[in-house]
Design a protein around this ligand. Structure first.
Ligand code: LLP
Length: 385
């Protein structure tokens, strides 16, 4: 499906820059692609990882396409409920769930707590007991698989803080069965983010199959296998491949996972759903001619989009206002940190103050990671259809 984001620059003057621009037509096409990719598979359930972008306007649209929600804080559970996600389609993960957050999950009867430690499991049991409820839990397993992605976003290695290690899994499962207010419904995995190579997912399936054999041998049946998220996107060519290849991704699980009768498979996709529909729109404040470089100084900084500063990520930079001759610039923000740089040696048309610049593929982990460092205002947003 071809789709190039067309920016309605004339309408930009009504908003203060920087702001996030969301191409809602592209978001809907992406959600339809997911819908079609799993339509024939009643065992596949897709949850949207709210951490990628919790903009309420986007959440409502995503809910309309029938997705569940994957949350990592009480506030995210609340955001999912407020946006109308069905409570039984909400899963709640995270290594450090507070008691009040667990209570919210219990009170709203969410579908599943993905538990990451024994003390957490015991606390959930106690709080559920106080309320006379049973908590459905999945054990988050650390499968020790290298997703070959940035080390800050690799989560499935034994050295990471996430999940229960394989050698402790049997004991934790036994504990789940013993605790009176816990119902063990399945296993949960997540190996990392921005994964484009399908090989780590195949390795994950092989590991899950082996674990399923172990559980079956011990007479423990599991209703649900949650394989997490992590499907990557093409940051350098947002208009050529705006919609990730969901068929290829789901097929890996279709072809490699050996499911038992009645089991469901759950996915927690964040970036692949929202990244390409969002761009950070910023305006040029100054063009500064340095000794060896020319700088384009824009009014967005690492406070609005932290990915370049934090992960060394690159977002395609486009000047939406100028079509002049090409020139080489460093594109930098106004924050007092040298890492506040969006691109070195960027080839842009001759750029002037007031030009609109788009930082593309910023719909995931952009707006939601904005901060008020330097007491800057948080960026606004425009949902455009
Ligand atoms: N499930 C779990 C348990 C996760 O930890 C994550 C992301 C997801 C699902 C969704 O992963 P996705 O489909 O979006 O890759 N801020 C970083 C990404 C951090 C991802 C954290 N976990 C970035 O900007 O690249």
């Amino acid at each position: 499906m071809s789709h190039s984001t067309i920016f309605p620059i004339k309408e930009f003057s009504s908003l203060r820059t920087p702001f996030y621009f969301y191409d809602i037509r592209l978001l809907k096409s992406t959600l339809s692609a997911i819908h079609h990719a799993v339509a024939n598979d009643s065992t596949f359930h897709v949850h949207y990882a709210i951490k990628a972008n919790a903009n309420p306007g986007l959440l409502t649209i995503i809910r309309d396409y029938g997705l569940g929600a994957d949350c990592v804080s009480g506030a995210e559970v609340q955001a999912a409920l407020d946006a109308g996600f069905q409570p039984d389609k909400i899963v709640f993960a995270g290594v450090g769930k507070r008691a009040d957050e667990i209570q919210l999950g219990l009170d709203s009867e969410i579908g599943c707590f993905n538990i990451e430690s024994v003390p957490e499991l015991e606390l959930i049991n106690r709080l559920a007991c106080d309320k006379g409820r049973t908590a459905r839990v999945a054990i988050r397993v650390n499968p020790n698989i290298d997703a070959h992605t940035h080390h800050y976003i690799t989560t499935g290695l034994a050295e990471n803080k996430f999940g229960i290690n394989l050698d402790q899994l049997a004991d934790v499962a036994d504990l789940c069965l013993k605790l009176p207010n816990i119902e063990l419904i399945g296993l949960h995995f997540h190996i990392g983010s921005q994964i484009l190579d399908m090989e780590p997912y195949q390795a994950l399936c092989v590991k899950i199959n082996r674990l399923q054999d172990d559980f079956a041998a011990r007479g423990i049946s599991l209703q649900s296998i949650n394989v997490g998220g992590g499907l990557g996107i093409d940051y350098e060519h947002p208009d050529e491949s705006p919609i990730p290849d969901f068929n290829r991704y789901f097929n890996v699980f279709r072809e490699n996972l050996k499911l038992r009768p009645g089991q469901s498979v759950h996915f927690e996709l964040g970036r692949s759903i929202v990244a390409q529909c969002g761009s950070l729109i910023t305006q040029v404040l100054y063009v500064k001619n340095g000794v060896s470089k020319d700088f384009v100084i824009v009014d967005a900084g690492m406070t609005d989009l932290i990915r370049p500063a934090l992960y060394g990520a690159h977002h395609l930079i486009q000047n939406l206002s100028s079509h002049g001759q090409q020139h080489i610039y460093d594109v930098v923000g106004p924050i007092c940190e040298s890492s506040d740089c969006f691109g070195h040696d960027e080839r842009l048309p001759l750029t002037s103050p007031g030009d609109y610049i788009a930082l593309r593929s910023a719909g995931a982990y952009g707006e939601c990671m904005a901060s008020r460092y330097n007491l800057r205002a948080l960026p606004g947003s425009m949902l455009y259809e």
